[in-house]
Design a protein around this ligand. Sequence first.
Ligand SMILES: C[S@@+](CC[C@H](N)C(=O)[O-])C[C@H]1O[C@@H](n2cnc3c(N)ncnc32)[C@H](O)[C@@H]1O
Length: 290
Amino acid sequence: MPLQYLIGRVDFCGLTLAVREPILIPRPETEAMCEWTSYVFNRKLSNQNAQGECIWPIKVPFDFLSLGTSNTPTKCSSSSKSQIAPKLRILDLCSGSGCISLALASLLPQSYVVGVDLNPSAVALSNLNQQKAIQQGNISHERVQFVKGDVLNAIDLQRALSSLDFNLGTGPPFDLIISNPPYVTKLLYESSQIELKYEDKHALCIDEDESGLLFYSKIIEQANYLLKPLSELNSDRILPELIFEFGTTQQGRAIKKLLINTGFLTVQIVKDPFNRDRWIAATRKKLNEC
Ligand SMILES: C[S@@+](CC[C@H](N)C(=O)[O-])C[C@H]1O[C@@H](n2cnc3c(N)ncnc32)[C@H](O)[C@@H]1O
C-alpha cells in the first residue's frame, strides 16, 4: 500500500492534505504544475503597470523552483504568496482531493476557485482538506468551493456550477481552467505497478477512452462557454487561460493539436522537474515567447 495512505496525509505546496484510499494521492508533478502556475501569474501580477512586458510563454528551467533568485519563487510556501488586486476565478476540473484548488487559492490569495469532481467521496475529502487549510491559516473560507459534477457532460457541469454560492454573475465566469483529469490509457493501466491499484481506477483512466484524451477534448469543447471573453485580470489574454496536466509526450502533442484547432493561438508544453513533458498551457491570443 502507498505510504501516503498508511500515514493518511501528504505535503503539497505548503499545505498538509489528508489522503484517503482510494482517492488519488496528489503527485509531485501536479505540485510542480501548481508552482509553475503561481510563478507565471505572479510575474504578471508583480508587473501590473509595466506596459508591453512579456509575461508568458517564458522558458522556465525545469528546476526553476530551486534556483532561489530574486525573481523566482521558492518552493510552494507562504513566502511565494502575492498581493493580487483583481479577482481571479479559477475552475479546477476533476479536483480529486482538492490539492490543485487549495494550492492555487493559497498561492494566489485573491483567487476564487471552484473544484468539480464526479466522485462524492473525493468532494467530501476536498471539503475536509479545505477545512484543514482554513484552520492552518492558508486560505479564507469563502474562496474555494467544491461541487459534484460530471466534466464529460456539459449539462451536468453547468448544473453543478449554477448550484454554487459564489456569485458567478452572467456570462462565462472563469479566467483560468486547470485540470489533471484521468489520462492513463487502458493498456498502460493494465500493465502498471501494483501500487496504482490501490487508487480509484476512475481517477486514472476510463474504459472507453483508449487514447487517454477524452477529458481534454470535452473540456476544450466547453472552454469558450466557461472562460470569460475578457477578464479583468487577463484582459489582454497574456496569461494562460487553460492548463492541463497530461501523461506522455505523445498526449501533449495531441492536446496541442486539439487546442490549436479550437482557436488557442499560443500553446506551450512545459517539462516537470523530472524533465518530462507534463503540462500544457494555452491562451486564445497569439504571443511571442519571451
Ligand atoms: C487524475 S485524478 C486528479 C485528482 C486531483 N486533481 C489531483 O491532481 O490529484 C482525476 C479525478 O477525476 C475524477 N473524475 C473521473 N471522472 C470524472 C468525471 N466524468 N467528471 C468529473 N470528475 C471525474 C476522479 O474522481 C478523480 O478524482
